[in-house]
Design a protein around this ligand. Structure first.
Ligand SMILES: [Zn+2]
Length: 757
């Protein structure tokens, strides 16, 4: 398999509506991939319609994107993204809603009054921003506000009136609850119970606010644009109004309908106003039509509202699909169930009807996921000509999700061409081609093949890897030999046996070592028990040459360090994205360096001027060479003062007495401490590794992410240049004080504790 480089993108700058349920993809990835493989103006197919932004970006890049969407909420997000409304429509819609009457009151006043609370400091009646609840209780325990009168703010225990207000609203709850489900399903519908269960994820107050507004929608007489704007704002409130907001927030991206132990009830009127900022964008419109309307060759979106299976029949004759793109769907019971609910609230029962099974289905496991994906891939196989490319993004990757996707695609006849993996926090980039029609032999899965592929990945990496990485290495081998699923196997059985095969391959091989605090195989890091004895020379361009003894490599982080510095040496004032663009092709597939790794190198060597990075003056190669000479001279001077005879021996500088080596100094300008340890022929207790102060943080970062390196490094003394500069100035220096001084110069704690990956 030809491992392609990871395509870097830009993280979306601002949160989008419902973004906690939408795949977190970087912008700029699909628009970089497409022109490399597919002529502009071609037809693309997104069979999943899971990410509105992906479709939009492909259309903007000049492609015609046919997308199947069966979730009415995702469809609405896509249409809103393609044809954003001006801010004025949102403001006008909200104003129209505000001035509607509820009895004698304005609706806005009435709904805001649901959230009144008294400021603990000044006693004024103000709006709470949120109330905090414990699961199962009938009143909140705390409130969060910012008082506009006295600036008191933060979390406060509730007052009696807050409890009474919550209970007062709850006393009429039954009525609003039945209104809420009647908009979703009919009273006699057998799915009624599922709708009722879904509505349980709304407290009485948000449910009262939402149903009050929704019941007003038709009598407001809004223009179609304002109605669309108001729907968009209500949708934000629908999401903000459920009980899936844990407090403090530890699960920001819920997948299951579970009420957290403590959760936040937001002020939904504030959320409606806040929605305005989420929806208003400046992006230009993209043509967006419903199938089978035509879209221009210059690009656009054609939405097929229905199932891929039906489209496959219709589209095969009419549309030449040049490639498939898509964010692979992962099970999200919470979003799918709530989508059915929201569709009913916003557009009524007819809108829910085709999507109603989402209410019903309760358990989405990986076998379900693989079966559904396999059905999609099978329809695609029928629809597409031989060799058609499929570029897929697998966001929030985890081992089971990747196993599911690769098993489903392989079983449907797609050949994996490439898999690029950065970290478990980034989407995996996959590419397939539609394979031959011939029924291929499913081979017996071989544990030895899996072991060898994991072993060679770890050797090539030169440092431990996450379980996801070694799992992916195993999967790639199994995919290549068509061994992910046997013919007579169901998907649940196939997934289980793949998982246990990979895990036994790791557990039953003495060459592998597990660095983890837990028992579970899929936590922590996996590395090799024996560290390679000899290291290859990392060439100046950052690639590694296998040494004469075989495939032994510098660690990935060392190679990345050399590559980044070399690039900046040759291309000063580069922006971060240019650095990634240069770097990723050198480290393709599973070797893709993380952003944290790249930033650690940059922070050690470079400085930023605006968006541009350049090497610090002292880290330009010529300056470093001069400094190496200075440091050598200092070692010579100090050694002589301490009555040692001194000499250079290869890369070491030696202090000797009676022809025996007392100290061997290994002077580095870089943070390639792993290589220094491997190269020095002297014992750890004789060896002192001398590094520039600016490199200490980078060395600490490497040790932090590589337990094997940390273990080896423990036996060595590291000393910074600046200590030698100080010592050379000390008027009275003895061997004892020298010893004390170097022992008190610890490798500093990494400044970037957050950058663990
Ligand atoms: Zn106050």
């Amino acid at each position: 398999m030809d491992l392609q480089p990871y395509i870097p993108g830009l993280s979306p700058a601002e949160p989008r509506p419902l973004s906690r349920f939408i795949p977190p993809l970087e912008e700029g990835v699909i628009s970089s991939w497409l022109p490399l493989h597919i002529p502009a103006g071609s037809w693309l197919l997104d069979p999943f319609g899971f990410s509105p932004q992906l479709v939009l970006e492909a259309a903007r890049a000049g492609y015609r994107v046919l997308v199947t969407v069966n979730n009415p909420i995702t469809r609405f997000l896509l249409e809103m993204a393609a044809n954003p409304l001006p801010e004025s429509d949102f403001k006008a819609a909200l104003a129209d809603l505000s001035v509607a009457k509820k009895g004698e009151e304005r609706l806005a006043t009435h709904l805001q009054s649901l959230y009144l609370t008294n400021c603990e400091k000044c006693g004024q009646e103000i709006q709470a921003e949120s109330f905090l609840w414990r699961k199962g209780e009938d009143a909140p325990y705390a409130r969060i506000y910012t008082c506009p009168h006295c600036d008191d703010s933060g979390e406060h225990v509730v007052a009696k009136e807050d409890i009474n207000r919550a209970k007062r609203i709850a006393s009429t709850d039954n009525l609003h609850r039945s209104r809420a489900f009647e908009r979703v399903v009919q009273l006699e519908d057998e799915d009624r119970v599922y709708a009722e269960e879904a509505i349980e994820y709304y407290l009485p107050r948000p449910l009262y606010l939402l149903t009050t507004i929704i019941n007003r929608l038709d009598s407001l007489n809004l223009t179609p644009e304002r109605r669309r704007a108001l729907n968009a704002l209500i949708l934000v409130a629908c999401d903000a109004g459920n009980t899936l907001w844990d407090h403090p927030s530890e699960r920001p991206r819920p997948k299951q309908l579970n009420v957290p132990g403590q959760f936040r009830e937001r002020n939904l009127w504030i959320q409606l106003e806040h929605g305005l900022n989420l929806w208003t964008g400046t992006a230009s419109n993209v043509v967006c039509e419903a199938w089978p309307q035509k879209i221009p060759e210059s690009g656009g979106i054609c939405i097929y509202e229905g199932r891929l299976k039906d489209l496959a029949h219709e589209a095969k004759k009419e549309i030449p699909i040049a490639a498939v793109i898509g964010s692979l769907p992962r099970p999200n019971q919470a979003f799918w169930t709530l989508s059915a609910l929201w569709a009913g609230w916003l557009w009524g029962r007819e809108a829910v009807e085709p999507y109603k099974p989402a209410l019903r289905r309760r358990r989405y496991d990986w076998a379900w996921n693989a079966t559904a994906l396999n059905a999609a891939f099978t329809h695609l196989f029928e629809l597409l000509p031989l060799g058609t490319r499929f570029f897929g993004l697998l966001s929030e990757p985890e081992p089971s999700f990747l196993t599911s996707a690769l098993t489903a695609s392989s079983a449907a006849g797609f050949d994996l061409q490439s898999l690029a993996l950065r970290t478990e926090h980034d989407p995996i980039q996959l590419s397939w081609t539609r394979g031959e029609h011939l029924k291929r032999e499913a081979k017996e899965a071989s544990i030895d093949d899996v072991r060898e592929s994991i072993h060679s990945h770890l050797v090539e990496r030169g440092e431990p890897a996450s379980y996801l990485h070694v799992h992916a290495a195993g999967l790639i081998t199994l995919t290549e030999s068509h061994a992910l699923k046997q013919k007579d196997q169901e998907f649940d059985e196939a997934l289980r046996s793949t998982q246990s095969l990979i895990q036994s391959a790791l557990a039953g091989d003495a060459r592998f070592v597990h660095y983890s605090t837990g028992e579970s195989v899929d936590t922590g890091l996996w590395g090799l028990t024996t560290h390679p004895e000899r290291l290859s020379a990392t060439r100046f361009d950052g690639t590694s040459q296998p040494s004469a003894q075989g495939e032994v490599y510098d660690s990935l982080s060392d190679r990345v360090e050399v590559a980044v510095v070399t690039f900046l040496q040759n291309n000063p004032n580069s922006i971060y994205l240019e650095i990634e663009h240069d770097l990723y092709p050198r480290f393709p597939g599973l070797l893709t360096p993380s952003k944290a790794m790249i930033y650690s190198v940059l922070l050690s060597y470079a400085e930023k001027d605006g968006a541009a990075w350049k090497l610090r003056a002292e880290d330009v190669a010529s300056a470093r060479r001069n400094e190496l000479n200075t440091i050598t001279a200092m070692l010579e001077a100090i050694g002589t003062r301490l009555n040692y005879s001194t000499r250079r021996q290869d890369k070491n500088f030696l202090w000797e007495q009676n022809n025996a080596v007392d100290y061997a100094f290994y002077i580095l300008a870089s943070a390639l401490v792993g290589r220094a340890i491997a190269e020095t022929p002297y014992l750890p207790e004789q060896t002192i590794i001398v590094v520039p102060g600016g490199r200490a943080g980078l060395a600490a970062y490497k040790a932090q992410r590589d337990p094997a390196l940390a273990e080896r490094l423990k036996n060595y003394q590291l000393v910074k240049y600046r200590l030698l500069r100080t010592l050379v100035e000390v008027p009275v220096l003895t061997r004892e004080t020298f010893e004390e001084q170097i022992a008190s110069d610890p490798l500093e704690k990494s400044k970037s504790q957050m950058m663990m990956f």
